[in-house]
Every structure is written in C-alpha cells, then in structure tokens.
Write a protein that binds this ligand. Sequence first.
Ligand SMILES: NC(=O)C1=CN([C@@H]2O[C@H](COP(=O)(O)OP(=O)(O)OC[C@H]3O[C@@H](n4cnc5c(N)ncnc54)[C@H](OP(=O)(O)O)[C@@H]3O)[C@@H](O)[C@H]2O)C=CC1
Ligand SMILES: O=C(O)[C@@H]1CCC=N1
Length: 267
Amino acid sequence: MSKTIGIIGGGNMGRAIMAGLIKAQLYPADAVLVYDLNPAALTTLQTELGVQPMNSAAELVATADVVVIAVKPQVIDRVLTPLRASFRAEQLLISIAAGVTLAHLGTVLDPKLKLVRVMPNTPALVGAGMAGVAVNSQVTAAEQATVLAIFNSFGRAQLVPEDLIDAVVGLSGSGPAYVYLFLEALADGAVAEGMPRQLAYEFAAQTVYGAAKMVLSTEEHPGVLKDMVCSPGGTTIAAVEVLEEHAFRGIVMAAVHAATEKNRQLG
Ligand SMILES: NC(=O)C1=CN([C@@H]2O[C@H](COP(=O)(O)OP(=O)(O)OC[C@H]3O[C@@H](n4cnc5c(N)ncnc54)[C@H](OP(=O)(O)O)[C@@H]3O)[C@@H](O)[C@H]2O)C=CC1
Ligand SMILES: O=C(O)[C@@H]1CCC=N1
C-alpha cells in the first residue's frame, strides 16, 4: 500500500473517506494528509481524526503518494490548474467529483498522469461505502488493485467502464439520500400509528439494514425475498398493493434517471 494519501477538500465526502481509511487501519492517521480552504475545518479534522493538515494543496501534492481530490465539480478546475506542474508521473490522482470525466482531468492536467475517477458514497464513514472506479490507460493493474483496496477498506468497490459512472452516481452515489427519505417515511408511518419517534427510527433503520444484508448475504433475487415476506392474504401484500398503485418502483427508477442525467450534464 502507498505510504501516504492526501485529500484535497475535507467536506462531507473527504471526511467520510478519511474516517473510513483510518477506521479500516489501511493508513495510520498521521499518513493521511488533508488540505481544505477553511482553516477551522482543518483544525477540526486534525483534532477529531488525527490527520495531518497541510498548508496548501501544492504542499499536499508534493508530499502524498496518492492524491484524492474531493472538492465540488464547480471548483475542481480552479483547484487543479495551478497544480498542473506539481503532479508526478508515478503519483495516483483520484477524483471523486461528480460529472468530471477522465478526459477532462487529462485536459486540465496531463493525460499521461495516472488518473482515476471514483464515485464513492457517504456510508464510507461507517465502513459500508459503495464505490465505482474507472481508470485511464496509464494506471497499471497493480495500481488498479491499490485503488480498489483503498475503497474496499471502508466498504465495497467495483471497477466499471467509465461510461457506467453516471449510473453509479444515480444509484449508489446519490442513493443514500433516497434511502434516508424512505426510512424517514417508514418511521413517519409508524409515528402516525402511535410509535415514539426514536423507536420508529430504530425499527426503520434496522429493517432497511436487515433487508439489504439479506440481498448481499443470500444473493437471492430481491423478488424472491419479497415473496418470502408476503403471506397469502396477509399484511405485506396489502401494503405492496398500495405501493404498486402509487407507482413506487417507477418513481424510484425516475429518481435514479434524474441523478444520472444530472451527472451527465455536470460533465
Ligand atoms: N456528498 C456525497 O455524498 C458525495 C460527493 N461526491 C463528490 O465529492 C466532492 C465533494 O463533495 P462534498 O464533500 O459533498 O462537498 P463539501 O462542500 O462538503 O466538501 C468540499 C470541501 O472542499 C473545500 N474546498 C473548496 N475549495 C477548495 C480549495 N480550493 N482547496 C481545498 N478545499 C476546498 C470546501 O470548503 P468550503 O466549504 O469552505 O467551500 C469543502 O470543505 C464533490 O465533487 C462531489 O461531487 C461524490 C460522491 C458522494
Ligand atoms: O449530490 C451530488 O452532486 C453528490 C454526488 C453524488 C452524491 N452527492
């Protein structure tokens, strides 16, 4: 594994990656470098995670073996352009910015650099992330394995062709937000039936977690698992009928399309 990893941008996703890496013990905290525009945010990250704050993005690039760029897509060109001469040919540069293609990174920097595009998600923070990884032609098989090891250390990671990254955003990148909406709605339904709110969140979250774990552990088709819950003439099929009447699956598919399309537009 690379000796040091540096994160430019210590916001929601940058922080989730740093916390995930440290919790997984892939890097010791003092081998995780961070630079953020906001000095107060840097101090908080140093205090809470034990990571090493850098004085500038240029210092981070000069020091780190692997660089993760975790700033918003709208500012990435502004952040990378002044660093163009600082990147080294042997360094891995990982961008997690929505919509920013490998070709674009090559134009802003240099296509001969080892460029990686990753779409992670915030459950990385608790070791349960999902990431899609695409690489340019300069990245060797061993370096691909390094990137996958980094993102597998706090969840799961899959190598995908770059043209699938838009769909990865629509599904797993943005997906946690849809699940939180669903979970909140589940709890609201139970609160309406008289359950105390905190208890309702616990029941809702454990239900979503357990159902997801069933899919991953049994590898059964989700429809088979759904059928196992639906007793003939029972409670579940009555609820499923209501969901189908209101086009639940259609609306979720439309949401995935919307996020996917937005990612294409950001590019
Ligand atoms: N949030 C998510 O679930 C996911 C996000 N992503 C991608 O991750 C990236 C970051 O998103 P997210 O963490 O949500 O955004 P945040 O706004 O939470 O984090 C970005 C951080 O970068 C800082 N920043 C801005 N400009 C610079 C600069 N010039 N140098 C260093 N730091 C800078 C920001 O500071 P300030 O706030 O002061 O501007 C902020 O702390 C985006 O490109 C997004 O597409 C990918 C997958 C999931
Ligand atoms: O909403 C966004 O643009 C980012 C990318 C995926 C999740 N959050």
